[in-house]
Write a protein that binds this ligand. Structure first.
Ligand code: N2P
Length: 361
């Protein structure tokens, strides 16, 4: 009896130790996963997941560069990832643990490889664009039937945005996305890293600044859905989530997302494992898990961001795959620009200008 008790006590503590070890700490963007993905992974693997969220590459980058974040898996955007890889922040992936890589779209992975040679440290989680979300009725009421709904004129023509200030305008708190968008509107190369070009973009943002209610990168989902703002420069899927929430609430708010005709930033968010991750094995398991076609499709069907998982596409709702604002047609795709990568000099200029823009001085 005594021996049995002792044996089961030993077994119990071994199980407890195992359970303690098998924890996966994920740090991902907010509103960026299906409701049941984490639960499904926990059920399939017995690994307990802690899931934290952010809405800014700068916030993630500060944590990664400081080190010892405790995270096993993070999701930086490819341009940020590139310089973090250069800083030695991520470990090479063990591709032998990622058989589901075979499901990924080679063209999209190839595009992401421009930021991480050979996709050595990272796999595309989702991708999307930075465009404009708006409340159809509120905008046409203020700008008339001829409102330039397909153009950055909505945002960057001061006389337009001035008329929208009363119903609420928000822009992303993402300097490396907003300043290039303004540069592109001015006819400059959105990928330029010349200080003078940044300054011209910043000047335009300064001009529209008085009409912007706030700078934030996640609040606009709820606010668009509730009719509390009428225009947001935002990320594709987030705007579609706002549209879905409004439809669900049956509150009469109709939201649309547009990739403006002048073009937009196309970005790739990448799953990567920090060098000091406590549980890299669990992180590999999670990456492989979300590369299962059903799981990748679940996520896209929930967050309305495009998946780079080719095998998942037949399981993605047609409403999503057929929407050129999510899966752009070749003509639209031609107008998208990939992000430039900023060195520390460019970064300092951008940061200084962004502070001036946000504070309005
Ligand atoms: C999800 C935002 C992800 C897009 N809310 C940022 N690259």
């Amino acid at each position: 009896m005594k021996t049995t008790l002792l044996a089961s006590a030993a077994l119990l503590s071994a199980t407890a130790a195992f359970a303690q070890e098998n924890v996966l700490n994920i740090y991902n963007w907010s509103d960026y996963i299906a409701e049941d993905t984490v639960a499904k992974f926990e059920a399939a693997t017995g690994i307990k997941v802690n899931y934290d969220v952010y809405d800014s590459n700068e916030v993630l980058e500060a944590k990664m560069l400081a080190g010892n974040s405790g995270y096993d898996l993070v999701v930086p955007t490819s341009d940020f990832l590139r310089r973090q890889v250069a800083a030695g922040v991520y470990q090479p992936l063990d591709k032998a643990k990622l058989p589901n890589l075979a499901n990924m779209d080679d063209t999209l992975m190839g595009r992401a490889a421009a930021y991480d040679e050979g996709n050595t440290h990272s796999i595309v989680y989702m991708w999307g664009t930075t465009g404009i979300g708006y409340n159809i009725a509120a905008i046409t009421e203020r700008l008339g039937e001829d409102a330039p709904l397909e153009s950055w004129d909505l945002v960057f023509k001061p006389e337009n945005i001035a008329k929208l200030a009363d119903c609420g305008v928000s822009v992303l708190d993402a300097p490396t996305e907003m300043i290039p968008a303004a540069m592109n509107y001015l006819g400059l190369d959105p990928r330029s890293t010349a200080a003078g070009d940044f300054e011209q973009g910043a000047e335009l943002l300064m001009e529209i600044r008085p009409h912007v209610r706030y700078f934030h990168s996640s609040q606009y989902i709820t606010d668009l859905a509730n009719g509390d703002i009428c225009l947001a420069v935002g990320w594709s899927g987030d705007v579609f989530q706002a549209q879905a929430r409004a439809a669900e609430a049956e509150n009469g708010v109709e939201i649309a997302y547009v990739i403006p005709s002048e073009g937009a930033l196309q970005w790739f968010d990448m799953m990567a494992i920090p060098v000091d991750a406590p549980n890299p094995d669990a992180a590999h398991q999670f990456i492989n898990f979300v590369m299962q076609p059903e799981i990748a499709a679940d996520i896209t069907n929930y967050v309305w961001y495009a998946s780079a998982n080719e095998a998942a596409l037949p399981m993605v709702d047609e409403e999503i795959t057929s929407d050129p604002a999510i899966f752009p047609t070749p003509e639209i795709a031609e107008k998208l620009w990939p992000a430039a990568t900023y060195d520390s000099r460019a970064d300092r200029v951008i940061t200084r200008l962004w502070t001036q823009i946000k504070t309005g001085q």
